[in-house]
Ligand binder design. Structure first.
Ligand SMILES: [Zn+2]
Length: 58
């Protein structure tokens, strides 16, 4: 009964995962990053914008 879900999970699990440098969440490979996955460091454009927002908010 859950076979379809299991197959989907297995397929998903094959995708590489990275940790976002800003929010610390794990994010999975997406097709739009196919060309520059090695360069991807943030889970989203918003996090990429926030990369300079660090704890030192003077
Ligand atoms: Zn993030």
């Amino acid at each position: 009964m859950n076979l379809r879900i299991l197959q989907m999970n297995r397929k998903k699990a094959d995708l590489p995962i990275k940790i976002c440098k800003v929010c610390g969440l794990a994010f999975r490979w997406r097709r739009k990053w196919r060309k520059d996955w090695e360069e991807v460091k943030y889970c989203s454009a918003r996090c990429r914008r926030n990369k300079n927002l660090k704890a030192d908010s003077s």
